[in-house]
Write a protein that binds this ligand. Structure first.
Ligand code: ZN
Length: 87
């Protein structure tokens, strides 16, 4: 399912997340989010709830200190180069 919303970036570089989307995702005020920019995927920007993000294990070595997601796979810092080579 794809949901699309359009919001302008305000003077302080903030973007409003619609209340109905937050409710659907189970995110709430005060949650910590992680942004992931992926140039190879067409300049996409993904937003993750940090609690869920860090609970994942690295796709390659199963470490739990995840740095980033590459091609929808959680990847630790030690495996980042390997992950990028496989794109
Ligand atoms: Zn790893």
């Amino acid at each position: 399912m794809t949901v699309s919303h359009s919001h302008k970036i305000d003077a302080l570089n903030r973007v409003l997340l619609p209340k109905e989307l937050l409710r659907k995702l189970g995110w709430k005020r005060g949650d910590t989010l992680s942004l992931c920019y992926d140039e190879a995927a067409g300049d996409t920007l993904s937003l993750y709830l940090l609690a869920e993000y860090t609970a994942q294990k690295c796709f390659y070595c199963e470490r739990v200190d995840i740095e980033i997601t590459v091609n929808r796979k959680a990847v630790c810092a030690g495996c980042l180069e390997k992950a990028l080579e496989r794109l």
